[in-house]
Structures are given as C-alpha cells and as structure tokens.
Design a protein around this ligand. Structure first.
Ligand code: SF4
Ligand code: SF4
Length: 84
C-alpha cells in the first residue's frame, strides 16, 4: 500500500535529483509554479493539467517512490495518487 510522503527537506533533496532532470519538469516550467516539486507529498502542480505536456516521468527510479511504496507516477499532473 502506498504511504503518505512527508514534506521534508530530505525528501525534497531526493526529489530534485529525479524531478529536476525529468523532461516533463523544466520544459513545462513546473519549477516556477507552486508547489515547485515533491508532488507526491504536496500534490499536483498548480499549472492546469491540460497545459502540462507529458513527456517522461522519473519518479519510478526515485528513492522516495520506492520507500513509500508509491504507485502511478506523474504526481505533478495527477496529484498524490499518481496516474491511474
Ligand atoms: S516520487 Fe517523484 S515527485 Fe516524489 S520525490 Fe520522487 S521524483 Fe519527486
Ligand atoms: S512527478 Fe514525475 S513527471 Fe512530474 S516532473 Fe516529477 S518525475 Fe517528472
């Protein structure tokens, strides 16, 4: 079962290594819009879903994803539940 991800500096530092280089992240300027990153804890980007161009998702390789048994990925678009 997926667990709730704490919004901590430690998790943010891990997130930066995966969301940071993700092809969906910078080209969509998600870093400039709340909540910036750590979408699996903080929820989807405030950028409207239909305006985010889906490219790849690096979440599946991220240590936070594994530690909290997350599912779905694409948390920046679909929020903490991830993609169905
Ligand atoms: S699972 Fe995705 S959103 Fe969550 S910390 Fe890792 S890279 Fe960031
Ligand atoms: S949540 Fe997934 S798709 Fe979105 S920026 Fe992070 S790694 Fe990329």
């Amino acid at each position: 079962m997926p667990q709730e991800v704490p919004d901590t500096e430690e998790n943010m530092n891990i997130c930066k290594q995966f969301c940071g280089p993700c092809p969906t992240f910078k080209p969509n300027k998600l870093n400039e819009i709340e909540p910036h990153a750590l979408f699996c804890a903080r929820g989807a980007s405030e950028k409207p879903q239909k305006e985010i161009e889906e490219k790849a998702c690096n979440c599946f390789d991220c240590g936070v994803f594994k530690k909290y048994d997350l599912k779905g990925g694409w948390f920046c678009i679909y929020g903490t539940q991830g993609k169905e």
